[in-house]
Design a protein around this ligand. Structure first.
Ligand code: GLV
Ligand code: MG
Length: 360
């Protein structure tokens, strides 16, 4: 048994104290770039004000003979770029790869003070997080860091899904989990060949009305990822960390990308990955509550009192019953709006305008 007290003790002499809470910082889009690709690197300074999180990717999509170039590129970018309050994350190579040890050794000792979160791919269970946890503590001590690096797991193995609750609670460093639908599909032997999104073959069909089994029967495509996203959200919230949808590979299909992101948003995710600049705007739109929703939430709170005041009774607003549970939902939306408004003046103005009109 590990005592709860030990949980908050540094795992190496000289390492910083573990965090006790994962701070909520806007992370509507985690924008991936290849730090070894000069064209992408040149765009990084322009991306800083447009994104909540920039992630230097070292894993899949970076070819074996480019791994070291990408790693060195990330070190340089981190040292040379002013990220202001945009977060800098990285995705290191998987724990069974020949590159991950050097990824961690180099990044923590060279730019550990610039990095916010390290994403670990293909996590199989809590033992993977324990390994990274101890190693990071040793490296933080060596680098003299005064704040611990946070860890984000990608949920992309069947074993990881089966143990997602244990992964979420494996370390005080755990910041969040993203769904990795491409690797997860392969690991589960799903018969898809795409990165996220739906599949036209995964459907339900209305009953036949007569002997004809084909005509007049509507079909409804179902969400392949519903179970996993919902389970991931519960595991994350129970552990006090943040859930994210991952990648959507069909860059041209901005409509289905928006649908997939919105499903994740409505189920509780706080953001998604963007693989192309076109997906930044989609994530920003989807993961920021609509001004009308924020105005409604503030109207309910104004009528009922804040969610902290239990026993607010019930009132009718526009014919809809409001009680302690609806005011709590409204508080979630209003709190998110406040957090995003602090980072996004345009959004702040639209929330204020809509709220003024709703409360007039
Ligand atoms: C992401 O890494 C995925 O495999 O979907
Ligand atoms: Mg993957």
């Amino acid at each position: 048994m590990r005592s709860p007290k030990d949980f908050f003790r540094p795992l190496a002499v000289g390492a910083p104290e573990p965090v006790r809470q994962i701070p909520f910082r806007p992370s509507r889009m985690i924008h991936f770039f290849d730090p070894g690709n000069e064209k992408m690197v040149a765009k990084v300074p322009d991306m800083v004000p447009r994104t909540d999180v920039l992630l230097g990717n070292l894993e899949d999509a970076v070819a074996a003979d480019r791994k070291e170039i990408a790693r060195a590129g990330l070190v340089r970018i981190a040292k040379e770029t002013d990220f202001a309050d945009t977060q800098l994350w990285t995705r290191v190579n998987s724990l069974d790869s020949p590159w991950v040890l050097d990824d961690l050794l180099t990044l923590v000792t060279e730019i550990g003070d610039r990095l916010d979160v390290i994403m670990i791919p293909k996590v199989e269970g809590p033992e993977d997080i324990h390994y990274v946890d101890r190693l990071l503590a040793q490296l933080e001590a060596r680098a003299g860091l005064d704040r611990p690096l946070l860890v984000h797991a990608i949920l992309e193995t069947a074993s990881g899904v089966a143990r997602v609750e244990e992964i979420a609670a494996a370390s005080p460093r755990m910041q969040g989990i993203s769904l990795g639908p491409a690797d997860l599909a392969a690991s589960r032997r799903m018969k898809t060949t795409r990165v996220g999104g739906g599949h036209p073959g995964y459907l339900v069909r209305s009953d036949p009305t007569g002997d004809d089994l084909v005509q007049g029967r509507a079909t409804y495509q179902q969400d392949l990822w519903h179970y996993t996203v919902a389970r991931m959200v519960d595991a994350c919230v129970a552990a006090g960390i943040l859930p994210y949808y991952g990648p959507f590979g069909d860059i041209r299909d901005t409509v289905a990308c928006e649908d997939q992101f919105r499903n994740a948003y409505l189920l509780g995710c706080v953001g998604a990955w963007s693989l192309h600049p076109a997906q930044i705007a989609i994530a920003k739109k989807v993961f920021s509550p609509e001004p009308a929703e924020v105005a409604w939430a503030r109207r309910v709170i104004a009528a009922m009192g804040s969610a902290g005041d239990a026993g607010t009774g019930a009132v009718m607003l526009d014919g809809k019953m409001q009680d302690d549970a609806t005011v709590k939902q409204c508080q979630v939306v209003a709190d998110l709006a406040d957090e995003l408004a602090g980072r996004d003046p345009e959004l702040a103005a639209s929330y204020e305008q809509a709220t003024k009109e709703a409360l007039a």
